[in-house]
Design a protein around this ligand. Structure first.
Ligand code: SAH
Ligand code: SF4
Length: 389
């Protein structure tokens, strides 16, 4: 029998520990093979099965013939003056996604994408405008981390700024790619793979209540909720999924999300839009709805993109808003913008989405000359992203 071609081989990056155990069980191998292989691939970054010396020769030969470790490939890599790095990763059929690394003095945060585009169409978010193509596979999600770890350690002088925090805040709504995202986060937190603590792996959601409920039962990861407005009337416009999952039940689930861990808090993200949601009255309403919810608030300066209807709040308005929340006893951090010289801040990431929802063509009607534009993605981090966690 000829070997399967490269593309037909099983990509081991698609498995978490449980998946690998099942895979090896079908081959009649003991379950500890999963730990060994997870460690080779993720901890040591080894892709050559011959180098996996604690596996039997026959297993190595079979893996060589039938399996592969294959991550997305780098199309471009840019480094900002402030040290932020951005990779454009090529996927199939012209789609691409971006991943951003933000080094800080005491940590390094990687912002990971979960979907090609996003179907939820928040009005301040360029990803929302670019439409949706598909969910990323586990290999494409964890592959972003796998790849960047390798990229950083192969660069002189950067290996000391390795990844300590992960935020699922790149392109897409992670809870709409539930299984693949949860399994990818499992790999991030697995001691045989990356061994990150649950406090340092954060999923950000626009507030999908049933999926949040499910997530709280299956994953210990940290949670960020993109709130952006303190009342339903405004949130319905900014985050349209609010019509389905309004603020009251959203706050109810947040109140109890970490009920077994008294000191854990939900991070609320609030994008600061000039004269839209940044009045003192909005801060007061926000303090009111957060009453009784163990919370931290991150104020994100809006990052404009072509065709955006909003302006960024001034630093004075952001500070005034923050003071109001602090007066109400709510821990609130304004975020700095990082990496904007290489378009790596929130609202500046570039991915390419072959839209399947026709939203892009609707956009093109209002943006003549856009047809071959690489559409911006807004969902990457801006800064101090690690402040969220
Ligand atoms: N879909 C998920 C995760 C990705 S978005 C979510 O909405 O939470 C990551 C963060 O970037 C979200 O809080 C999002 O609201 C914010 N964001 C999107 N567009 C932005 C922009 N133009 N400026 C600043 N932040 C933005
Ligand atoms: Fe999707 Fe998040 Fe952007 Fe809303 S903010 S459109 S949920 S990526």
């Amino acid at each position: 029998m000829p070997n399967p071609s490269f593309t037909q081989r099983v990509n081991l990056l698609n498995f978490d520990r449980e998946g690998l155990s099942q895979f090896f069980a079908e081959w009649g191998e003991p379950s500890y093979r999963a730990n060994q292989v997870l460690q080779w691939i993720h901890h040591y970054g080894v892709t050559d099965f011959d180098a996996m010396t604690n596996l039997s020769k026959s297993l190595r030969d079979r893996l060589k013939a039938e399996a592969v470790v294959s991550a997305p490939t780098v199309a471009t890599h840019q480094v900002s003056q402030d040290g932020t790095q951005k990779w454009l990763l090529k996927l199939d059929s012209g789609n691409s996604i971006e991943t951003v690394f933000i080094p800080e003095d005491d940590r390094g945060t990687l912002c990971i994408s979960s979907q090609v585009g996003c179907a939820l169409n928040c009005s301040f978010c360029a990803t929302g405008k670019q439409g949706f193509n598909r969910n990323l596979s586990i290999a494409e999600i964890i592959g972003q981390l796998w790849l960047v770890v390798r990229q950083l350690s192969s660069e002189q002088g950067i290996h000391d700024k390795k990844i300590t925090n992960i935020v699922m805040m790149g392109m897409g709504e992670p809870l709409l790619n539930f299984d693949n995202v949860v399994k990818s986060m499992d790999i991030m937190m697995d001691d045989h793979a990356y061994g990150l603590s649950k406090r340092k792996v954060t999923l950000s959601t626009s507030g999908l209540i049933p999926e949040m409920e499910q997530l709280s039962q299956v994953s210990p990861a940290s949670l960020a909720v993109s709130l952006h407005a303190p009342n339903d009337e405004l949130r319905n416009i900014l985050v349209p999924i609010n019509k389905k999952y309004p603020i009251k039940p959203l706050m109810e689930i947040c109140k109890n999300y970490f009920k077994d861990e008294a000191r854990r808090k939900v991070v609320f993200e609030y994008v600061m839009l000039h004269e839209v949601n940044d009045e003192v009255e909005h801060a007061r309403q926000l303090a009111k709805i957060l009453e009784g919810v163990p919370s931290k608030v991150n104020l994100i300066p809006f990052n404009p993109f072509p065709g955006a209807d909003y302006k960024r709040s001034s630093p004075e308005r952001i500070e005034r808003f923050r003071q109001e929340l602090l007066n109400a006893g709510i821990y609130t951090i304004p975020r700095k913008t990082r990496g904007d010289d290489i378009a790596a801040a929130c609202g500046q990431l570039v991915g390419k989405v072959d839209d399947r929802t026709s939203r892009t063509s609707r956009m093109k009607k209002t943006n003549a000359g856009d047809s071959d534009r690489v559409i911006q993605n807004t969902t990457a981090p801006d800064i101090g992203i690690s402040d969220r966690v």
